[in-house]
Design a binder for this molecule. Sequence first.
Ligand SMILES: NC(=O)c1ccc[n+]([C@@H]2O[C@H](COP(=O)([O-])OP(=O)(O)OC[C@H]3O[C@@H](n4cnc5c(N)ncnc54)[C@H](OP(=O)(O)O)[C@@H]3O)[C@@H](O)[C@H]2O)c1
Length: 322
Amino acid sequence: MKAVVMNRYGTPDVLELKDVAKPTPKADEVLVRVHAASVNDWDWGLLHGTPFVNRMVSGLFTPKVRIIGGDIAGCVEAVGGDVSAFEQGDEVYGDLCLSGFGAFAEYVCAPEACLVHKPAGMTFEQAAAIPQAGMLAVQGLIDAGRIQSGQTLLLNGAGGGVGTFALQMAKLYEAEITVVDKPGKLEMLRAMGADHVVDYLKEDFTKGDKCYDLILDTKTNRSPLAYTRVLNPNGTYVTVGGSMPRLLQALVVGPFVSRISSKHVRIVSLKPNKDLAYMNELFEAGELVPVIEGPYKLADVPDALRFFGTGDHKGKITVTMV
Ligand SMILES: NC(=O)c1ccc[n+]([C@@H]2O[C@H](COP(=O)([O-])OP(=O)(O)OC[C@H]3O[C@@H](n4cnc5c(N)ncnc54)[C@H](OP(=O)(O)O)[C@@H]3O)[C@@H](O)[C@H]2O)c1
């Protein structure tokens, strides 16, 4: 089978389209013919070996993961002996970030626990866009943020994968939504229902007068106290990711903030695939449509990653194999 392989850390230039052996599923695994995949920040980190501390797990000098890509959508080609939820021909999707990645390939083996059935009306590309960013949006907004109807919400980094899912979900709670991103993405976000837009190149929302009940942040590049300054009493700041030193600050400072004030600082630790059934419900009800750039062909995965690196993408970048 064809796969995009990396034998060393580096830029997208180190990725090569190669012929490799087709994998064989273990007893609890499903062999998936991959139709589509999508690019996530973790792929970028695995490719570059950053942040460096992650190399303790991913391989100090040589990467252990040779085929990156977490989010897949495709058709079940074969199942292991212990698999009960799926059979040959089923259309499935899920995130393989805890089971070895491998999405940028024609076939991949996935534990059955990582997959759900894809609704018939959802394209493979749409399905591949959902898992990681969709879970971070649900777990940030609902589990950690405990969003309530009618709240004021600020989405920082709203134009990317997580933000475009979170915006659509927050609309269901009739939240008053402020989005923060680059100018090129703000028109799209307004058209998706954002009430207020902030161009982060011109304005720092943490220095303004407006306060929010909930902030969901995909970029965390300021101190936790800068964010809590613009929270209403009882407000919550939730980060799903960003600068490592800032995340460590949030981890340390968060508990003190709750102790000395009515505000909260929370960090989301991704639970992959936990809420895919909920995403299917929203999609089938017409309440959620993934925002997609692409698709790129499998051979063009390096270009897809280069585009991801520019930050100019809106929503998710997808790759198709079929
Ligand atoms: N918590 C966990 O367990 C876990 C697991 C996986 C991933 N993650 C994290 O989750 C996040 C994924 O977010 P995503 O998929 O939405 O990423 P994304 O698609 O790259 O979107 C991020 C958005 O933020 C914008 N942005 C960049 N700099 C900004 C700034 N200073 N202020 C406001 N917006 C800014 C980007 O636009 P421009 O660059 O064009 O400005 C882009 O639109 C990453 O931080 C990742 O590391 C966390």
